[in-house]
Ligand binder design. Structure first.
Ligand code: DC
Length: 226
C-alpha cells in the first residue's frame, strides 16, 4: 500500500528553496526524491518543441500520457532529466519552460495524468516530494508537510543567481516580473492552487540559509520519529 510508505512533502513558490532542501533531505534520510516541477517543465518542453497549442487539451493529455522521462543519478547534485533518451536537464530550466509549465499546469486533466505518474515515485523506504500540491492533492496522507515561503525579492535574487550559474542570460527585473506573474497564476488557478495544506508547517526562508532550513525540517522529522 502506497499509504504505508512515509512521505514528506515540501511545497511552496518558485525560489523558496524547495529544490535544494528536498534533495538534501532525501539524501540525508536515504529516501527517494521527486521534483514534480521538472515533470511539468518536461511537458512544457515537449509542447514547445512539437508546437502543441497550449490550450488544446486533447493534445496536452496525449503528450502527458506519452512522456518518457528518466531521472538519473547525478552524484550528489540534482538528478539529470532525460526525455526520450536526450539529456534535457538544462533546457527545462529556461524561463520559457517555467512559464509554459505554469500555464499547462492549470488544466485538471493534465494534472490528473501527471499526479498518477508522480505517485509512482512513492517507494520504500520513503519519499521526499517537492512541488506545489504535493501535500494538498498528490500525497494528502504524507506524514510531514512543509510549506516554504520567502519574500518575492529574495526569491528573485536566488533565481537570478541560479540562472547565472547555469550560464543563462537574465536580469533581476525580468526574473522578478516572471516570478510575480507565475506566483499569481499558480495561486489563483482553480485546480490544485499553490497553498499550504491545513496541517502543513510553514517555514519562511527569507533570512535562512539552506542548511538552517534543512536543520529545522530534520528537527521535525526527529520529533515525529519518521
Ligand atoms: O517548481 P518549478 O518552478 O520547476 O515548477 C514549474 C511550474 O510547474 C510551476 O510554475 C507550476 C507547475 N507546477 C505545478 O503546478 N505543480 C507542481 N506540483 C509542480 C510544478
Amino acid at each position: 500500500m502506497i499509504k504505508d510508505i512515509p512521505v514528506i512533502t515540501i511545497d511552496g513558490p518558485s525560489g523558496a528553496g524547495k529544490g535544494e532542501v528536498s534533495r538534501l533531505l532525501a539524501k540525508e534520510l536515504g529516501w527517494h526524491f521527486l521534483d514534480s516541477g521538472a515533470i511539468y517543465r518536461v511537458l512544457a518542453l515537449v509542447v514547445i518543441r512539437k508546437k502543441i497549442p497550449q490550450d488544446e487539451i486533447t493534445f496536452l493529455i496525449n503528450a502527458a500520457k506519452n512522456l518518457d522521462i528518466k531521472f538519473t543519478n547525478n552524484y550528489g547534485l540534482a538528478p539529470r532529466v532525460v526525455l526520450d533518451g536526450e539529456d534535457v536537464t538544462q533546457d527545462i530550466r529556461h524561463e520559457e519552460c517555467g512559464n509554459i509549465a505554469s500555464k499547462i499546469a492549470a488544466f485538471i486533466e493534465v494534472r490528473e495524468v501527471l499526479a498518477t505518474y508522480q505517485r509512482s515515485f512513492c517507494r520504500s523506504p520513503g519519499l521526499v516530494a517537492d512541488g506545489r500540491d504535493m501535500g494538498t492533492v498528490v500525497f494528502p496522507f504524507a506524514k510531514l508537510k512543509i510549506f516554504l515561503t520567502a519574500s518575492v525579492e529574495e526569491r528573485a535574487r536566488r533565481r537570478l543567481l541560479q540562472l547565472q550559474d547555469q550560464g543563462l542570460n537574465a536580469t533581476l527585473g525580468t526574473v522578478f516580473a516572471d516570478l510575480a506573474m507565475r506566483d499569481k497564476r499558480d495561486r489563483d488557478r482553480i485546480v490544485s492552487p499553490l497553498k499550504p495544506d491545513a496541517d502543513a508547517i510553514i517555514v519562511d526562508t527569507t533570512k535562512l540559509s539552506i542548511s538552517e532550513v534543512l536543520q529545522q525540517i530534520l528537527a521535525h522529522v526527529k520529533s515525529m520519529q519518521l
